[in-house]
Design a protein around this ligand. Structure first.
Ligand SMILES: *Cc1c(COP(=O)(O)O)cnc(C)c1O
Length: 315
């Protein structure tokens, strides 16, 4: 299991690569939610999502150990992050994406000089392909969440939050494979355990919710939630024990609630966020938690969304 020390080390390692992102506030959304609502703006992060934190930590160490290329299997944000950091460090990156990848995400990978390989529709098809390419090239495969360096990199958000809002009461975090929340849990619970950390999943991708209920890894069939960053079929083997140890609560949101939260953030706050991040806003706005009159941070994990997708979300 990772520790707070790993996260402090990660923060130092990636300081020259990532932004210390702002904490936004909205009076209007606060009023609606019954709490004082803040937003950790990772949609304004380099590459448009928090994924650069873990990717930079992992790829930097791989290069320090002699890696001359990297590969990743990602439907978008993780792929962009790996391509960006590899390019910056001067090594090639190959990113295996699904056949139906969003255009903006594919173009962003290519803009960072990443090589795009399309393969299948599920991560079960992409993952072996990325590992195979890594093996052929003598490169290093960079996993999206189930890796100590990735988890520690994502956890740097927790350290920043404690500096930005000293008297924070609760933090809402979206859950895909659990890299983001396991890092944040470690940073928060090993620094200020009184702060509540609450996970959020779409009802349509409730693998972690089911796993927590059963106290073991539960796998769900492929899902179509609009929160495309949260479509993992089961929690990670390394991330899940951290949730079992520290997680305070886990709430579910519907597709319509995700859409409504997206619309409100666009209209009231003039911020473009992606559906995966709108889940935490939905959890705050639609009273999914028992929090009242508290200082609550919604982690806005990313903002990579196609204009076509924006139009669909608004219609
Ligand atoms: C990857 C991702 C998530 C989920 O992160 P995990 O570490 O897989 O739990 C949430 N939001 C966005 C925008 C992402 O790209």
């Amino acid at each position: 299991m990772i520790s707070r020390e790993n996260i402090i080390a990660a923060r130092e390692a990636i300081a020259d690569t990532v932004h210390f992102t702002p904490l936004l506030h909205s009076d209007q959304l606060s009023k609606r939610s019954g709490n004082k609502l803040f937003f950790k703006a990772e949609h304004l992060q380099k590459t448009g999502s928090f994924k650069i934190r873990g990717a930079a930590n992992k790829v930097k160490q791989a290069v320090a150990q002699g890696a001359t290329s990297v590969t990743a299997a990602s439907s978008g944000n993780h792929g962009q992050a790996v391509a960006y950091i590899a390019n910056r460090l001067g090594i090639p990156a190959t990113i295996v994406v699904p056949e139906d990848v969003a255009t903006c995400k594919m173009e962003a990978i290519q803009a960072y000089n990443g090589k795009v390989v399309k393969c299948g529709l599920t991560s079960a098809e992409r993952l072996p392909k990325a590992k195979e390419i890594a093996k052929e090239e003598n490169g290093v495969y960079i996993p999206p969440y189930d890796d100590p360096l990735i988890m520690a990199g994502q956890g740097t958000i927790g350290l920043e939050l404690l500096e930005q809002l000293e008297d924070v009461d609760a933090i809402l975090v979206p859950i895909g494979g659990g890299g983001l929340i396991s890092g944040i849990l470690t940073a928060i619970k090993e620094t200020k355990p009184s702060v509540q950390v609450i996970g959020v999943e779409p009802q349509l991708a409730n693998d972690t919710f089911l796993s927590m209920q059963k106290n073991q890894l539960v796998s769900i069939p492929g899902t179509t939630t609009i929160a495309d960053g949260l479509r993992t079929s089961q929690p990670g083997e390394l991330t899940f024990p951290v949730l079992q140890k520290y997680l305070d609560d886990l709430v579910l949101v519907s597709e319509e609630e995700i859409r409504e939260a997206f619309r409100l953030v666009l209209e009231r706050m003039k911020q473009v966020i992606e559906p995966s991040s709108a889940t935490t806003v939905a959890a705050a706005l639609f009273a999914k938690t028992s929090l009242r009159d508290k200082r609550v941070v919604s982690v806005i994990s990313g903002g990579n969304v196609d204009t076509d997708q924006i139009a669909a979300l608004l219609s």
